[in-house]
Every structure is written in C-alpha cells, then in structure tokens.
Design a protein around this ligand. Structure first.
Ligand code: URP
Ligand code: ZN
Ligand code: ZN
Length: 462
C-alpha cells in the first residue's frame, strides 16, 4: 500500500460515510474502517475533511487557435496544472480536424501535442467542421480508438447545416456514439450583429443582445428534434437559457437520451456583466443570460438533488467549464467592436471549488456536486467506473477538501497562464487542500506538485 487517507468523510454521488481510503499503484484498493498501513505506506490524516472523487471536466479548450490571430492562454500543461489545483483529475478536450485532414490524422496530431504536457488524465472528443462520406466512414475507426463523442456546431464559420447535422447524428446513432452540440441560431445572430455594428452599437452588451435567450433556444429545439428523429444520444454543451432547458426536460421526460451541461459562469453571473467597463473579458458564446435563465438553471441543479445518480438524468446533468481563456490584450482587440472579441472564459480551476462551496453553503448536497461534476460526466462519457467515484478498483483520483477553509479567488492565486480572471474577488466557503491523480499528489495547500506527462490518454467506450 502506497497511501492511506485516514479518518475522512468519503462522499460519492450515492452518499457519504466515514472511511479510510487505501491506495496502491494508482488504484484505490480498499475503502473501509480502521485500515492498517503497511511498512512503506504514507499516511494522511483527513480528520474533519471530505474525501471526494476528482472532478471530470468534459469541456476544455487547451491550446486552441482561432485562425492565426488568437491563441488560448493555456496549453495542455498550464491548463491541466490549473485543473489539478481545482480538484479536476480528468479533462476531455477537443480535436478539430483542419481542411481535408482525416479524423485519425487530426487525432494523432492533437494527442501528440497533449501527451507530453498533461499533468492529469485526459480524453478527446472529435470535432466536425465539414461533412463528407470519407469523414463519416472514419467515425468507426475513431470510436475504436476510444473517442466515442463527436462535437458539432450550429454557428461559427465551421457550422453544419441541417442536412449535415442529420448525417452525423445518423452515423453516430449506428455507432452508439454521443453527439455534443453547440446550439445557437447562426442566421439570427449574424443578422443582429450586422445591424448593431451598422448602427454603431459596438460594446460588449451588444454581444449579449446579438445572441439572447431566443437565439439559443431556437437552435436547442432544432437539434433536439433532429435527435428525436434519429434516436442519437445528444449532449447539449454549455446550456445557458431557461427555454432551452425546458425543451431538454420535455424530451428527457418523453424518454429520449438527451443530456444537458451547464457551466459555472452561467450559474454565477448574468448578462449584466456585459455592461461592466471590462465586459469584454466576460465574452463567451453562448453569453450569460438574464436572471430568469440563471434561476432556471439553478432550479434544475437543486430540484434534481436526490443524492443519487438520477435514473432518468432529468434536467441539467453535468457542470463543465468550457475553459477557453484569451489574454486581456486579445480581448482588448474588440473594445470598439464586440465582433472582434475572441469568445471564451476561464473556469477549470473554479468549477469544483464553486460547486462544492455552494454545497457547503447548503444550496445543494455535496453528493449532488459530486454527481454533476464527477460521476455523471464519467458515466455519460464512458470513463466510469475508473473515474467519478471513490471505490475499490477505481483510479485513485482523489480530492481532499477542507469545508472550513475560506478562499478568495484572485488571478494571483490561480495556476493558469491567463492574466485575469472573471472570478476575481469571489469568496468560496471551503477549498481543496490536496488532489491526487492516480495516487500522485498533484496539488497541496495552494501549490502545484504534479508533473508534465503524468496524465494518460483515456480510451473511452460506450
Ligand atoms: O465562447 C466560447 N464558448 N468559446 C469556446 C468555444 C465554444 O464555443 O465552446
Ligand atoms: Zn461552444
Ligand atoms: Zn467549448
């Protein structure tokens, strides 16, 4: 036995108990009472602390470029370093094939960039920016490689039209793969953008007004209809509006395998942030919406709090980050024209501390926070039972959390390479004190203690 975490309260999605956790060779070998250490075992006293499965953030964008102009601040090293320091022990990032590139070539290239840098375990989703017979044929090989999730967009330059969406959905259904969708109505938002710019309405507030609630809801409803027609498993990424959520819940109630993710930025902020002088720093798509949407997202997060993995996966099923930070100098390029602001915000180090702090304040149970941030994403994306729970046989991806620690977020105490944070000044009740990735201590008391290349690619199967 390498490590014995003693006297803590172990919290899984299904419940909690006072127990010791024994680790050997990166795996949890026993969870139980009064476990005795071996001669070489390192003992960690977790009295008064919670012992949780590390979070599984299924939506990050490390090392992403938009054209040749904008590059995200975090590469696979600094991004997974920040993740580890926020209790995230698995990330799933994206492969975006370039023109005419085969899916497998794009996967190999991305994996090559990632593997020497990652500090925690990682998976990849395959992006689609065009559709043709060759790419559709390659989906099988990608699934066999351990990538059973495909991402499509209804907007941006790489959007797919309805016919293309349907072809991807049908093929994914055949392969029992999952399709993730960024849903915003392209025509509506482009028309609004053009109108605002023509009228000189160029501030960040008009970023929100160009893609308000209705723009997101329209696209969400469309992709749900397509999913119902094809029977594919659908996962709506970064859901941010009440009307879209209602459509998801309706489809779920009818028995369709439809999942919804939201992000901490949609739970904590409203569109009012775009009125701030630094509003451009909050620009992401979809934008944060009005208070009604934020309340609806929270109602779903709290309303489905049953302390167990919900059998129907009703409402919001996961909270992930869409971590995609651009430096403030890049954001500044859009200070006189919101259409020039690179889209995306940070969050990988804030996700779990935020949700656990809300649990610690009594808004949800700790079990529900674990379910949304760890066990549900692990199950939905095919990394369970190795990830997402503290149990014998699971990977020793463990967060030790001090519910008594007060923490105020500042760019200075974060571990990303981004030069600001939208979370500046936010106070958390409780904070991570240690993170283990397959038994390796990667974070301790505010310091990163991991190493590049420790993370392994996770082959996922559904
Ligand atoms: O604004 C965002 N969300 N940027 C990242 C890319 C995406 O749309 O997920
Ligand atoms: Zn997106
Ligand atoms: Zn994203």
């Amino acid at each position: 036995m390498d490590l014995l975490i003693k006297n803590g309260i172990v919290v899984n999605a299904e419940g909690r108990c006072a127990a010791d956790v024994a680790v050997s060779d990166g795996k949890i070998i026993k969870v139980g009472q009064n476990i005795l250490p071996g001669a070489m075992t390192e003992e960690v006293d977790a009295s008064g602390l919670l012992v949780l499965p590390g979070a599984v953030d299924v939506h990050t964008h490390f090392e992403l470029s938009f054209g040749d102009i904008f590059h995200t601040a975090d590469d696979f090293y600094s991004g997974t370093r920040a993740a580890a320091c926020g209790g995230v022990t698995t990330v799933i990032d994206f492969v975006t094939p370039e023109n005419n590139e085969s899916l497998i070539a794009a996967f190999n290239k991305r994996n090559y960039f990632a593997e020497s840098k990652v500090c925690i375990d990682y998976g990849l989703h395959m992006g689609f920016s065009e559709v043709n017979d060759k790419l559709l044929d390659e989906m099988q090989e990608i699934v066999n490689t351990g990538v059973p999730s495909f991402k499509v967009f209804t907007t941006y330059a790489f959007k797919l039209n309805d016919d293309e969406l349907k072809r991807v959905f049908m093929n994914a259904k055949k392969l029992n793969a999952l399709v993730m969708v960024h849903a915003e109505d392209h025509e509506a938002l482009e028309a609004a953008k053009a109108e605002f710019i023509k009228d000189g309405k160029t501030d960040a507030w008009h970023h929100y007004l160009s893609r308000p609630e209705a723009v997101e809801a329209k696209a969400v409803k469309k992709v749900i209809e397509l999913a119902m027609e094809t029977g594919v498993k659908l996962y709506i990424v970064h859901l941010a509006c009440a009307e879209g959520l209602a459509a998801v819940e309706q489809a779920q109630a009818e028995g369709y395998p439809i999942y919804a993710e939201t992000c901490p930025q949609y739970l904590n902020f409203t569109s009012d942030v775009f009125k701030r002088p630094d509003g451009r720093n909050f620009v992401c798509s979809p934008p944060m919406k009005g208070i009604e949407s934020r309340d609806a997202l929270w109602d779903s997060v709290t309303g489905c709090d049953r302390g167990t993995i919900s059998p129907t996966y009703f409402g919001i099923n996961t909270v992930a980050t869409d971590h995609c930070p651009f430096r403030s100098t890049d954001k500044d390029r859009g200070k006189d024209d919101f259409t020039m602001i690179p889209n995306g915000v940070m969050g990988v180090e804030n996700l779990y501390p935020y949700m656990l702090s809300e649990a610690n304040r009594g808004r949800i149970s700790f079990e529900r926070a674990v379910e949304l941030c760890s066990s549900n994403p692990a199950v939905i994306f095919g990394c369970s039972p190795a990830k997402g729970l503290i149990a014998q046989g699971a990977d020793a991806d463990i967060l030790i959390y001090d519910p008594g620690k007060e923490f105020t977020v500042s760019q200075k105490n974060m571990h990303s390479d981004i030069d600001y944070t939208i979370w500046e000044g936010t106070k958390f009740k409780g904070y991570p004190v240690r993170t283990y990735s397959r038994g390796l201590l990667v974070y301790k008391d505010g310091e990163f203690t991991g190493k590049a290349g420790h993370g392994r690619f996770i082959r996922r199967f559904m």
